[in-house]
Design a protein around this ligand. Sequence first.
Ligand code: ZN
Length: 578
Amino acid sequence: MATRNRRLGFVVVLVALFAVLFIVNRRMKLAPEPADLILVNGKIVTVDAKFPTAAWIAVRGGRIDALGTDPKGFNRHVGDGTEIVDLGGALAIPGLIESHGHFMGLGESKTILDLTKARSWDDIVALVAEAAKSAKPGEWITGRGWHQDKWDHAPEPNVEGLPFHDALSKVTPQNPVLLEHASGHSSLANAKAMELSKITATTGDPDGGKIIRDAKGNAIGAFLETAQSLVRYEAGHATPDEAAAQSRKLVELASKECLTHGITTFHDAGTSFGTVDLYKKMAEEGALPVRLYVMLSPDSRTLASRGAAARMIGAVDNHLTVRTIKRLMDGALGSHGAWLLEPYADLSPDDKNLTGLNTESIEEMKATAKFAIENGFQLATHAIGDRGNRETLDIYEEAFKAHPDKTDLRWRIEHAQHLSLADIPRFAQLGVIPAMQAIHCTSDAPWVLKRLGEKRAAEGAYVWRKLMDAGSIIPIGTDVPVELIDPMANFYAAVTRKLKDGTTFFPDQKMTREEALRAYTANGAFAAFEEGLKGSLTPGKLADITVLSRDILTCPEDDIPGTEVLYTIIGGKVLYRH
Ligand SMILES: [Zn+2]
């Protein structure tokens, strides 16, 4: 009996042990690790096909842990240290990806004269005169953001709508002045700046640039494209330490602007090695909150010596990736710098740059393409005019054909603004990404017809719909500081193509709201090979989340521009709260 009892007892213990193990196991499955942060009571749009919307989202270890539609379902993720944020019905979307901007330029735009609101050349002269009052003799006065087509009236006298320097020089006899166009593709200088830069009537036009001159051949103070670099801007006598401190300040200012505007990843379109070193240092110190996707801009020779070593992916906890090279094939349409197949409609036939400017030699482009494809770099080329785009596509195609073993290259054309009908399908056929800026369309629209004429504008200007129909994936950005970084203004431009005067620019090319959201999130991630990490609110991906005050997918169209960013969350940390 004793033996039987003992045996029975053993079986009971064994069964009990299995039962406990089973329950513990089940409990472990039922009660997940507590979340660091949970967003509740919101409309969460995941941009992930499997989870279109959710009511709450839990974040753990910097990644998205879980989402749910049951309003109380988040409770099992709550632990002692969990922060719970009540969204109060607000919209949470994947962190916005600014897919083409200039990070240091954004920082700098916060430190120099803002000329974006000037309504005339007289306004600008007055702004500079005011700045000159507090400037020390010899100190440079710099500004950015003017646009002659946004002025109420043309300056008199003018050449191609651009002012003579005289009025500016009169109010700044002691200070050199350099004022950059909104596009960054032209600049205005005063007499002092030209004197210091030794610019005279005999100074020739550099390749890919133009000095605007009066009838006698004297420079009027306006410099286009590469000619801008003739005006040498010396930032006083800053010591290396002062210069370094200034650069850090620009990174801090740019980061703050991104966070305030819900931008969690920023594609920095044209960067030096020195700036990459600064980004890396600041990231390692925890002083770079925004994730940067960097495009290197040094020439092919410099790249050949230093480029391969600079390549990095997901460095410093996915804050810094350098795997792209940036090139500039042409200029901008506004300054007649975009390289066109046919002459500008608004230039006189004897203008020597009747079809715009080619700002990078084809040989240099080809050398860069070769370096990029052989060293695992993506190539991103600025091309605005239809000729600039065609030449770039031709160079890409040639490089791809020479390396049939290399696939999924995702080379990009930045702007892809004005395209020949024949080239539109080539983007998808070649797997080339048109990285576009919706806000450029509505900003430029007032003068696009002047530059191109109705027929060419209708066929190929900002043709998002045609590109998408042909199979292209379009990421969108703002090209900040060319435009403001404001994603709501950009989103509004994408879905309305509506100008300030209420008219719409070829509305058949609009994006739907879903497409525009995808363009600002998933497509930006794709354009950076980061779809496994970003672009949707999917468990396992980085917890980069933007929360907006209104549901921009359903609210009245005119409410989109006033929508505010309530929270910007990067890696599960709330880095901005409205
Ligand atoms: Zn740009």
